[in-house]
Design a protein around this ligand. Structure first.
Ligand code: C2E
Ligand code: MG
Ligand code: MG
Length: 713
């Protein structure tokens, strides 16, 4: 055991002083001792006041000879009296086995080192100590003043970790100084923006601004930073290349102990991909996928905005509501793929007919719209509509096939025809239907009258559904006469709707609606069966029945089992097929797909004759008719109307008759109203005539009176 005398024995000194007693001390003859003791007390108090760990080490014995309160607390010996049993405290016992190896022994000079002390419970405590030597005579003391650096090491570790995050983050990080100049950027920043660190450091952050935001936007950010110390949101920046760069950015202020912002940390991610898919989604939601034109939704937005502008400036605004004529027929006959091709071509042609600044939209199916702002009169809108209609005079090339397509356009003007987007759209639709009901290939300007008509149309559609069941549909019969001998040779069955309230409604009013809604299919089947039963009843009554021609819609041929329907009607009625003829329109025959042509052959194979109706109106070529199993053509009454005075029409009729005969077809002239017309037709070699001259369409009973009884009956 080393000798105690080598140490400053505080305990012993204190014990002795206490042993003397306060009174005796006061009277003491040892004033030096008293002074020395006071010094010592002050020194100890001072030592214990220090927050630094103080160890006094005897270098000769390598033992700790004293320690202060901070040392006892840090090492977990707080409860120990200051000088308790330090005999058992070799320096080694204070050092943790993990302590940083210290190659130089601390006996040379004063120095600082970092090591690990050992707590009472054996755990390490990292310390930074400064050691100074006191060498006097035989006494060689080292005073170690140290500090617990657990916190500091933790902070350093945190910083190291933060640096790793900073360097490896996929998010861009910018550290700003209080004056908003750039203090540091990470590699991701460079990767995203294209700027290297040296290019931006010490530059003001405003160098990364985009012109997409105004001053107000940045003021908003500043205000939020001042109020809440942070900002989070989307922001446009600029890449080094000058390209716009959308970012998702968070800015947080770093405050000092006084709450003053000393730095700002901006963390951002590049959201250009997200923006792009958002843009694509947005495009999808607002554009027609087929034509890429703005859709109905976007039209509504554009129209509303235009209305606000017009209201403010007092200018006129026009909406052109456009619909392709007979698109359904085209789609049904040529197939949906060709229909799509046509829609794209139509969209293109409409766009090319208007100025780039005019807003065009593809609303749905075959409906388009054009918005004209700042027009000076209705005439301006009419001029544009006329231009669009005329641009459709040339045929469309659909897979090598020339298709003639026309449009119906309805025009509404703000403020005259409506104050709101929905009123303008509704009235544009009415005007368009008006154009359509007049035969299409034209435009019509909205009038208040049209609202009533549109309403009537809607009513028609609803009540038409009941008309079939309620037996309100009736076939009228119009006689046909052979021109060579004026003999009754047939009849055409023409439907009439006997409406309980509105009286007789002609087919032109409700057939197009029935075709659009598909109602034509059950209705057509019903009428066909009715016609067959009626003809058979004439035979049963002992009359000489003549062949009856029934009109068939293209929709029936394309979208219903027409061959089965006809077979069933013949079977159920028992009518010989030779007494039934079917009329199909020229435009349908022209656009026939292979499937529909096959069906026509199957019908012909049943022994039924087929006629092409309204010949001359649908650009059919007689040569093409050779491909079809038709036996009759009916010249449209528009041509018949002008003969014999109109030389052009006369020439056309003569040519049609000659060519039809060349193809072995029977020619029927429709709409013959005068003797002069009849004479011309007879002279031109026409076979059969039909028209008011011979007789108007009449109820079956009236027509039956024209039929002769069978000889012998
Ligand atoms: P369409 O088949 O061309 O019928 C001839 C039309 O001309 C009939 O009109 C007839 O009344 C009319 N008409 C006949 N002679 C004359 C005349 O001398 N002068 C004038 N101005 N007109 C004459 P309607 O009955 O109004 O039928 C119109 C169209 O409705 C028909 O034209 C036909 O396409 C269609 N239609 C009629 N009934 C049916 C039917 O049962 N089914 C189908 N799918 N369509 C039908
Ligand atoms: Mg007809
Ligand atoms: Mg006709």
């Amino acid at each position: 055991m080393p000798k105690r005398s080598k140490r400053i024995d505080w305990q012993d000194l204190q014990d002795r002083i206490i042993g003397l007693g306060e009174d005796s001390l006061k009277k003491s003859h040892y004033p030096e001792l008293q002074t020395r003791l006071r010094e010592l007390e002050r020194f100890r108090a001072l030592l214990d006041l220090s927050s630094d760990i103080v160890l006094i080490i005897d270098i000769n014995t390598e033992r700790v000879v004293d320690w202060n309160l901070a040392a006892r607390t840090a090492l977990g010996h707080r409860e120990m009296p200051p000088l308790a049993d330090l005999d058992a405290a070799p320096l080694q016992a204070f050092l943790h086995e993990d302590h940083a190896p210290c190659s130089e022994r601390p006996d040379m000079c004063s120095r600082t080192l970092i090591t690990s002390f050992r707590r009472a419970d054996g755990s390490p405590i990292p310390v930074e100590i400064a050691i100074s030597l006191r060498i006097g005579g035989t006494e060689r003391l080292a005073i170690a003043v140290g500090r617990d650096i657990t916190e500091r090491l933790r902070t350093e570790q945190r910083l190291r970790r933060a640096a790793t995050v900073f360097d490896n983050s996929v998010d861009g990080i910018i550290v700003l100084n209080a004056d908003k100049t750039i203090a540091a950027v990470n590699p991701a920043f460079t990767q995203i923006t294209g700027f290297s660190a040296t290019e931006v450091i010490e530059q003001p952050i405003s160098m990364l601004r985009s012109s997409r935001h105004g001053e107000d936007f940045y003021h908003g950010i500043q205000a939020a930073m001042q109020q809440k110390g942070q900002w989070l949101g989307e922001l446009w920046s600029t890449r080094k290349s000058g390209q716009d760069l959308p970012l998702w950015l968070s800015i947080s202020a770093v405050h000092d102990d006084n709450g003053i912002a000393i730095q700002y940390v901006c963390v951002f991610s590049d959201i250009s991909r997200l923006k792009e898919s958002e843009r694509r989604l947005e495009h999808l939601a607002h554009h027609d996928p087929l034509t890429q034109m703005p859709n109905r939704l976007m039209l509504a937005t554009a129209l509303n905005r235009a209305l606000i502008r017009s209201k403010r400036t007092g200018s006129l605004l026009a909406l052109l509501f456009i619909d392709i004529d007979r698109f359904k027929t085209i789609n049904d006959t040529l197939g949906h793929q060709t229909g799509d091709l046509l829609l794209q071509a139509v969209a293109h042609r409409i766009s090319n007919s208007v100025r780039a600044a005019d807003f065009t939209a593809h609303m749905s199916g075959d409906e388009f719209a054009v918005l004209l702002e700042d027009i000076s009169s209705i005439d301006d809108a009419a001029k544009v509509a006329r231009k669009i209609v005329l641009s459709f005079a040339d045929p469309f090339d659909l897979d090598g096939f020339d298709a003639f397509v026309s449009l119906s356009i309805g025009i509404t003007i703000y403020p005259e025809h409506g104050q709101t987007a929905s009123a303008l759209l509704r009235n544009g639709d009415s005007a368009m239907h008006h154009a359509k009901s007049e035969g299409g290939n034209r435009f019509r300007i909205y009038t208040r009258e049209l609202t009533k008509i549109a309403f009537k149309n809607l009513q028609i559609e609803t009540s038409l559904r009941h008309a079939i069941d309620d037996g309100e549909l009736e076939l009228f019969y119009q006689p046909q006469f052979r021109l060579s001998d004026d003999a009754l040779c047939g009849a055409e069955a023409l439907v009439r709707w006997q409406h309980p309230k509105r009286g007789t409604i002609p087919p032109n009013v409700f057939i197009p609606r029935a075709e659009q809604t598909g109602l034509i299919i059950p209705m057509g089947a019903h009428l066909l069966l009715d016609a067959c039963h009626r003809s058979k009843s004439w035979i049963d009554q002992g009359l000489v029945a003549v062949p009856v021609a029934v009109n068939i819609s293209g929709v029936q041929i394309n979208s219903s089992p027409i061959v089965e329907t006809v077979t069933e009607a013949l079977d159920l009625s028992g009518l010989p097929p030779s007494l039934l003829k079917l009329e199909i329109t020229e435009s349908f025959a022209m656009h026939g797909t292979q499937g529909s042509i096959d069906r026509l052959y199957a019908l012909r194979a049943l022994g039924i004759e087929l006629a092409i109706d309204d010949f001359g109106t649908g650009y059919a070529s007689l040569a093409y008719l050779r491909e079809l199993p038709v036996t009759i053509i009916k010249i449209d009454r528009e041509f018949v109307h002008n003969i014999p005075d109109h030389r052009g029409d006369c020439a056309i009729i003569e040519a049609i008759i000659a060519m039809a005969h060349g193809l072995g077809l029977v020619v029927v002239a429709e709409g013959v109203e005068t003797e002069a017309q009849k004479a011309f037709l007879k002279q031109s070699g026409c076979d059969i005539m039909q028209g008011y001259l011979g007789g108007r369409p009449a109820p079956h009973g009236d027509f039956a009176k024209r039929l002769h009884p069978r000889p012998g009956k």
